[in-house]
Ligand binder design. Sequence first.
Ligand SMILES: Nc1ncnc2c1ncn2[C@@H]1O[C@H](COP(=O)(O)OP(=O)(O)OP(=O)(O)O)[C@@H](O)[C@H]1O
Ligand SMILES: [Mg+2]
Length: 380
Amino acid sequence: MTIVDSLKNILHVGKKESVLGIDVGTSAIKIVQLHQSSDGPVLDTYGSLALGPQVEEKKIAIGESVPITVSLIKKSLSYLMRESKTTATVFGFSLPFRSSYVKQITVPQMSDESLREVIDIEANKHIPVPLQDVTFEWFPVPELFSDIEENQLTTVGGRDTPLLEKKNTDTRTLVLSVVENTTLNLYKSIASELQMLNPRFEIEIFSALRSTTKETHAPTLIIDIGARTTKFYIVLHSIVFRSFFIDQGGETLTHVIMNSEKIAFQDAELKKREYGLEHPHEELRESMNAIIDNLISEININMQDFESHYHHAIGRVVLTGGGSTLGGLYQKIKENIPVAVEYANPFLYVAHQKNVNDILQKVGPEFSVAIGIAMRMLQK
Ligand SMILES: Nc1ncnc2c1ncn2[C@@H]1O[C@H](COP(=O)(O)OP(=O)(O)OP(=O)(O)O)[C@@H](O)[C@H]1O
Ligand SMILES: [Mg+2]
């Protein structure tokens, strides 16, 4: 990966209404600038910058995760925005899922107005930290999901599954979305240091689902393999039904190569990108494949658990995040799970020049979150 990878030759500089989606990952910042045309979102420019080489105090390689600080992100983001020639004046940041909490909860049946009065008490029952340490929002889950006939069938991948969600008139279901204030304040400080006016913030789950899922009748499992963590989201019609993460990402495999071959992180990272899961050393290949086997059992266990709880079959799995581009990973996942697997192709939803189709499809998984937050900003 080049340090700055931006699409400078298709800039549409000067669009007043352009918006910038910003995804500060633990290993790299990704940005995407869009503007709205009468036919939908249009790509102005995009770019990514590995954070490791930007850290001055210590030698950190491309692909390695770093501690996120205001000064590091201020410096890196302003450099990336300059290099990518961004012109947007409207900014949206995605917030890391590892500092958040998204859950469906049920509360007694009441109007939105009454709910607003008691939401703190209800939320307090589900948020495992003091309410003054977090900022939270809630959204009602549309009645559609609690009003489905008991014998209604959905056919997914040849499997008929009854949808048993029954209307329960005593309760209503909400999605509770919670962010730690320390994280929110960190991002607010970054925006303020960069003189970004009225930035918006959104947990990365919602950004990823906006740019990777299409409307289907079956739930989708999105798997975002980042540098430090792998996130799992099960969504249907933009409603998050399950979300969790594991402390394992692309970096985990680099560490395995590094420790086994006793080489520096940057060399191990290069080997990982070159060989993928087909590393020439048998023992190392087995260790790397064992990590992916764990990931696959995590996927299968959670799919089965979701399906038996909701009686609704997952229709497809979407792979996203830079770590998902590991050579051989797609094939291995596809062979070991019972539903269709595809790569996220978020640039599909934004107009761009045809001659960059292939590049955008290749880098797409890395940019799902940044595109998703930019799309959100266009809706405002
Ligand atoms: N061609 C490739 N082959 C294998 N891994 C790759 C490749 N390109 C990038 N990666 C891996 O992708 C990861 C970075 O992905 P991404 O930018 O999505 O992470 P991040 O958003 O910074 O991390 P996180 O979401 O955990 O905060 C790194 O671990 C990197 O090694
Ligand atoms: Mg990420």
